[in-house]
Design a protein. Structure first.
Length: 142
């Protein structure tokens, strides 16, 4: 099976592995005996599906989620069943990778309107006049 991340990237399902453990979230009596927490593991460094540029972008954007071993970890323990958590982890994985690979739009600097600049300078002058009026008159000005 193929997991589609975006138009340029598809990842084979065999590149992803899962580990299961007991969840600290909902589960009622099951929480103590069934491993419903899912950790999705994806080897960013060793994946043949990624280009070098994609690998760099993923490292750049998801560095806090990738361990020293180059493995991306996505955890889900929101649901009561292992199947639902597995689907949630996979969905989150696709969202994370798609977001990391999305090109950032360039910021277009905006020009400050002339009226705004003039208004700011006028406010400064007004404030200056107010403060000047607070000073005591000097004896020479009588």
């Amino acid at each position: 099976m193929v997991i589609e991340i975006n138009r340029e990237l598809e990842i084979q399902e065999h590149e992803i592995s899962y580990t299961f453990s007991r969840s600290s979230k909902p589960g009622g009596q099951n929480v103590n005996k069934v491993s419903t927490r899912v950790t999705l593991l994806f080897d960013v460094e060793g994946s043949p599906s990624l280009t070098e540029r994609q690998r760099e972008r993923i490292w750049e954007k998801l560095a806090s989620r990738i361990g020293r071993d180059g493995i991306l970890r996505v955890v889900s323990q929101k649901h009561r069943t292992q199947k639902a958590n597995r689907e949630a982890a996979l969905e989150r994985f696709v969202t994370l990778l798609a977001g990391a690979l999305k090109p950032r739009r360039r910021r277009r600097p905006t020009a400050i309107p002339r009226e705004v600049k003039e208004g700011r300078l006028e406010a400064k002058k007004r404030r200056s006049r107010i403060k000047q009026a607070r000073t005591r008159p000097t004896p020479d000005s009588d």
